[in-house]
Design a protein around this ligand. Structure first.
Ligand code: BEZ
Ligand code: FE
Length: 302
């Protein structure tokens, strides 16, 4: 972020505005010798950008306090089922940006592995382990369409199938709620962990995902309202694929027909993650099919 009334000289902050030109450097220089190099770098940069932001916008005490109160509100609303601080970051695109930075750095030149997308706040570590071709739909909603989702995990480099990949999936129900948000859904409804077999195959039954609003009864919702934005996410299924010796991938896949693909409230859609649900005939358990290959990259040195 460039300061309107300042410039930099060798990384030091110089301000030719009417505000104290030495103040920001003075705050940065208060960092003690025991701070780690990464802490010194990240916090020094954060202080510089936040001070520049305040000067650039001539932030008033009332505006700053409104921001502080919003952060406090987010803290008070958060618990083990709800992470409002993360949601605040999501609606300003920060989780998606950090995801892109983290996984671009980790992937180096591996462009054709399955792309990553944000984890979001509704992941649970304790999803049930299920057998291939089981269903994750414990409570079938009357408006739900059942999908047979399946595919093979392959190695990005050798192109060979990878057995033993854990495929952890979760999704919201058609009322737009994840099970931990909804007393009417059974525990761990619409969640499951599957392991690819010796041919690299995984498969399960799930719902065709539907769009839903991110929780909008807290500060993130207030922010969306103040910015005149909607809170909807395009229909998606969350996936984490991981296997010893491979880089884990956290991602989401999005329904090609969804009307929110171009304006996801948390900016997570990537072209390569858009999928096509196809009609399925001859399978009494599902009316739709989604074939989804998972391509994972070996860890360095494997
Ligand atoms: C989700 O996809 O579950 C999600 C992601 C970011 C914010 C809220 C929900
Ligand atoms: Fe989601």
């Amino acid at each position: 972020m460039a300061a309107t009334n300042g410039n930099t000289n060798g990384g030091n902050v110089i301000h030719d505005s009417r505000f104290d030109p030495n103040f920001t450097q003075h705050v940065i220089d208060a960092t003690g010798p025991k701070a780690t190099p990464r802490m010194r770098k990240v916090m020094g940069s954060l202080i510089k950008h936040v001070h520049d932001f305040a000067r650039e916008n001539e932030l008033t005490v009332e505006e700053w306090m409104a921001g502080v109160e919003m952060m406090n509100w987010a803290g008070k609303m958060s618990d083990d089922k709800r992470n409002e601080g993360q949601l605040m970051c999501d609606v300003i695109g920060l989780e998606s940006l950090v995801d892109e930075i983290t996984f671009k750095l980790a992937a180096e030149t591996n462009d054709s592995a399955t792309a990553s997308a944000i984890l979001g706040p509704f992941f649970r570590h304790d999803a049930p382990i299920l057998q291939n071709d089981d269903t994750i739909v414990k409570d079938v909603p009357s408006d739900g369409q059942i999908v047979y989702m399946h595919g093979y995990a392959t190695d990005l480099v050798t192109k060979k199938p990878v057995p033993g990949v854990w495929v952890d999936v979760w999704q919201a129900s058609t009322n737009g709620l994840y099970e931990q948000q909804d007393d009417n859904q059974q525990d761990c409804n619409l969640r499951g962990k599957f392991k690819t077999d010796e041919k690299g195959y995984y498969g399960f039954y799930c719902l065709r995902p539907t769009p839903y609003p991110v929780p909008n009864d807290g500060p993130a919702g207030k922010l969306l309202e103040l910015l005149d934005r909607h809170s909807f996410r395009p229909a998606h299924i969350h996936i984490i694929a991981q296997c010893d010796g491979y880089k884990p991938v956290t991602t989401q896949i999005f329904d090609k027909e969804d009307k929110y693909l171009d304006n996801d409230s948390v900016f997570a859609v990537k072209e390569s993650l858009i999928v096509d649900f196809k009609p399925l005939k001859g399978n009494p358990k599902a009316t739709l099919e989604l074939e989804y290959p998972i391509v994972i990259a070996p860890q360095q040195g494997k």
